[in-house]
Write a protein that binds this ligand. Structure first.
Ligand code: FAD
Length: 474
């Protein structure tokens, strides 16, 4: 029987284990799977906490159903009835600019406008900014091949105002990164493709909307033909339901908690996995599901090139601050799911999500739960420098300035993610090609997780499944 050791019990490691267990049956093979996780819990950055009647997310609060692999995984591990669409009747994104909140013009998809009227009437952009965005179909295709920074791509196609007021805050929110050195090829390959094929993002996006596959989720927001398919999904009991259901599916016997791996050592036919405390485990195949900088420490003794590529991936640190308020204390109306803040505004927070408006089952009716984002693309030093009291004070001051919310929080909870998000900087895909070449010298060794080919949960799940399939096919 083939033995596969997976190092790291984040969503990538768990999805790989689920795939190995279920696909092995289809292939008529027997596979012995073991996850080694250094912490006392699985899930990694997926971290849901209950405090009284509140449900808090420390890390991800959602997954994108458009990336179908998470939906399929959730159904496979028995969570179909637990899936929770966002409360789209309240949806809307607001952008803080020139001292007030403006709605993101309807029809703007990530940064590409697909409707003329809302763009024309938007209070967010100047006339020259609107005109520049509207001229996008007439901008010539880029001749040069190869990677480009997201900032350069957006400025070239849609103009600087679109970059500063829309693309940067939206993207910084998702990637907690800086568009000046973010690789457009690794973060938005779809846009590069649209420019190549349609000569325009607006034309490409309109064509994609027309031919969009029909959603498979049930519910009013996802009726066939609807332009308003639910964009965000979670679970009634929070995102941790997914990691826990995956863990239950693979079984307790296949998971070792508190097992920190120090190194792996290739042998003639198999790998030896060295666990802290001196234990050695033999495995036919090993999947590295930790952050790349941790994986680098495990492989450096036998492949310094591979370790070097892993170390070259840069990381950003961020924090989420969850604050609960009494509804009657709130002086300001909360519109949409929250707001984002462009870097050019110089504020100390990036964004806030009104968690109990975006999702059901998150807070008692008479209260409001808000989650504020700090660090990442801007003012990363605050994640290190502010103590908990200072961080809460700062978040409250910013909420007051941005939304006019003058209220004390009933309670607060801070989650800090040091080196929590990889930055896919320009040239990332080339570095991944070198990494793949190094890996090809080590049959049975796979790398999975957010460090490499997609930071979202959907991408982590998909890449883990591909890697697990390679191990089964070998
Ligand atoms: C604040 C925040 C908000 C986010 N929001 C979203 C969102 O809304 N939607 C979305 O799709 N994505 C979101 N993401 C991104 C997403 O959560 C992550 O990219 C994804 O969860 C990473 O999964 P992973 O398995 O690659 O890594 P991780 O979750 O980091 O798992 C790696 C595991 O490896 C373990 N490990 C490390 N070293 C060792 C060792 N030596 N031995 C054994 N085990 C080890 C760690 O303890 C950890 O459990 C967010 C991320 C953050 C930080």
């Amino acid at each position: 029987m083939k033995k596969v050791v997976i190092i790291g019990g984040g969503i990538a490691g768990l999805a790989a284990a689920v795939h190995l267990k279920s696909a092995a049956k289809v292939h008529g093979k027997e596979v012995d799977v073991l996850i080694l996780e250094k912490n006392q819990r699985v899930g990694g950055k997926i971290l849901t906490e209950r405090i009284g009647d509140y449900l808090l997310e420390g890390g991800p609060d959602s997954f994108l159903p458009e990336k179908v692999w998470t939906v399929h995984l959730a159904k496979h591990v028995g969570l179909e009835g637990e899936m929770l669409p966002s409360n789209d009747e309240f949806k809307g994104t607001f952008i803080f600019s020139d001292k007030r909140l403006h709605p993101l013009p309807e029809g703007v998809m990530l940064m590409v406008p697909t409707m003329i009227r809302p763009l024309i009437t938007s209070s967010l952009l100047s006339w020259s900014g609107k005109l520049r965005m509207g001229m996008e179909p007439f901008v010539r295709r880029r001749k040069a091949e190869g990677d480009e920074s997201l900032a350069s791509f957006v400025k070239r196609r849609l103009g600087k105002e679109c970059l500063d007021k829309i693309a940067e805050p939206l993207v910084a929110g998702i990637h907690t990164s800086n568009p000046d050195n973010m690789s457009v090829l690794s973060t938005f390959p779809r846009f590069v493709d649209m420019e190549k094929k349609s000569g325009s993002l607006i034309r490409g996006m309109l064509a994609a909307l027309k031919h969009r596959p029909q959603p498979t989720l049930s519910g009013p927001a996802s009726k066939p033909g609807s332009q308003n398919m639910t964009y965000f999904m979670s679970f009634k009991n929070g995102m941790q339901a997914l990691s826990q259901a995956c863990a239950a599916y693979v079984g307790d016997g296949a998971i070792r908690l508190g097992a920190a791996v120090e190194a792996i050592e290739p042998g003639e036919k198999a790998y030896t996995v060295h666990v802290e405390g001196g234990e050695k485990i033999e495995a036919d195949a090993v999947m590295l599901g930790t952050a790349a900088y941790d994986a680098a420490e495990m492989v450096r003794e036998f492949d310094e090139t591979l370790a070097g590529q892993m170390r070259r991936i840069e990381w950003s640190s961020s924090a989420t601050v969850s604050l609960a308020f009494r509804r009657e204390d709130m002086k300001a109306p909360l519109r949409g799911f929250g707001f984002i803040v462009p870097r050019v505004e110089g504020r100390r927070v990036n964004a806030a999500t009104y968690s109990s408006i975006k999702w059901s089952y998150r807070a008692p009716d008479e209260t409001v739960l808000i989650r504020v984002f700090v660090g990442g693309g801007h003012h990363e030093e605050l994640v290190h420098d502010l103590d908990d009291a200072g961080m809460v004070r700062m978040a409250l001051e910013e909420l007051d300035t941005i939304v006019g919310l003058k209220a004390d929080a009933r309670f607060s909870r801070i989650y800090r993610w040091f080196k929590g998000m990889p930055k896919y900087t320009v040239g990332h895909l080339d570095r991944m090609a070198v990494l793949d070449r190094s890996l090809s010298f080590h049959p049975g060794l796979q790398v999975i997780g957010c460090s490499y080919r997609g930071i979202g949960i959907g991408d982590c799940v998909h890449q883990a499944q591909i890697a697990a399939e390679k191990i089964l096919q070998a």
